[in-house]
Design a protein around this ligand. Sequence first.
Ligand SMILES: [Zn+2]
Length: 316
Amino acid sequence: MNCKVCQQGQLVKLEGDYYDYISRKKFELLSCPNCGSKQTSGNVQGDYYGQAYYGSSEGKFSSLFESIFLLNHQRNAKSFFKRFKPRSVLEVGCGRGYMLSFLKQLGCKVIGIESAHAASWILNNPDVPVSGVRDGEKWPIEDNSIDLIIIWHVFEHVSDPPAVLSEMKRVLSRDGVLCISVPNIGSMQAEIGLRNWFHLDVPRHLFHFSPKGLEALISSQDLKIVKKEAGDFLQNLYGWFQTLANRLTPENNNLMYRFIQGGEPWKSTPQKPQLLVQLLLMPLIVPLGLIGWLVETIAGRHGSLTIYVKKRNAAE
Ligand SMILES: [Zn+2]
């Protein structure tokens, strides 16, 4: 099978088993020798996005962490607004619509795209209009109409990244900016963790992009990369903490994360003793994670990466 990311390499199966930390089902990873991107294989069609993933309509995390999550979205929204002054913004995979609702407050016209299978409280968001679309379906958005498109930790979830990229290109305005942020399979935390890497998240993450693969995919659609930078600071730092904690209880991934989520995700977590191991070793994990984050930042191999893209003939 050909790599869908770079469209060059022939995928080969990677050694080992890769488990969903929620359903505990087993999956395989296929790797591209050309670009280093990976693809999740196995029974990926099931519904792996229940309450144990999203939390409830009240929030994804328990209240303290939900506030941090919200503040982070607000910070990102402000930074997008300051940088690009967009009149119209589309967020692909907008989830609860936090970022869009902040951008709306700043005066932008906003629209969200979500999976048609998403929960009704996501699709019927009172703050922002959200369109539910099925795989391969044309989005109900006019050609060349959006100044800023954001796809934030969502591109790795879609079943056909080239088709989604082509749809984003269709609706992007002539001088508009597309911002793609994804976990980086070429990062140091991915290399150290892999099956225990926080951002592997099989089978919800169907594609695991390397910088080389993502750049090849973007270039293949006559788009140009205008900037590359480290992805979200919180995602990169937490990626280290959780990955190191996972290495200590390798059969039980992301227990701290589920603890932080609280609510249904936490209630459906039976491995309390293993969580205790992760928590008791925090005095060791935190300094090691900070060192890891620092080294990866200096080496430019961040846990997640963000790429800004424009149409080939757009103004700089
Ligand atoms: Zn490839």
